[in-house]
Design a protein around this ligand. Structure first.
Ligand SMILES: [Zn+2]
Length: 127
């Protein structure tokens, strides 16, 4: 008991446009400079004293975000029939990252997608 845990967080940005339907009303098309933060945790460090190499997570996150960067999100196949909200982007990024986590000792604690300085959505997987 009382065993601590390490967390590492990386942040990357991408730019995309979307339109969200709220209360049956489709808001106008607009863009965001989205910021994505992913936090990984581990109870142990590897032989080099790391939870995971930051460069590795950044590379993976970059690969995942490539699908969204400079797109109109509503036109992507995955958002054909559902609205591309920040919440759904967070879930999608989480799930993509999860498959890559299998080769590591890390757990994804949460993925946060910022639409603006004052608005963010977070998805936490169940451990
Ligand atoms: Zn928006």
């Amino acid at each position: 008991m009382g065993k601590g845990m390490y967390e590492v967080t990386v942040r990357k940005t991408f730019s995309a446009a979307h339109t969200v339907t709220i209360d049956g009303t489709r808001e106008p098309l607009h863009g965001h400079n989205f910021a994505v933060e992913i936090t990984l945790s581990s109870r142990e460090l590897d032989d080099e004293g790391l939870v995971i190499d930051f460069r590795k997570i950044k590379r993976w996150l970059e690969e995942i975000l490539r699908e969204f960067d400079h797109t109109y999100l509503n036109e992507l196949a995955r958002f054909k029939n559902i609205t591309p909200t920040a919440e759904r982007l967070a879930r999608c990024i989480h799930d993509h990252m999860e498959t890559r986590m299998k080769s590591t000792q890390c757990t994804i604690e949460r993925v946060t997608v910022w639409e603006s300085e004052s608005s963010r959505a977070t998805y936490s997987g169940t451990a």
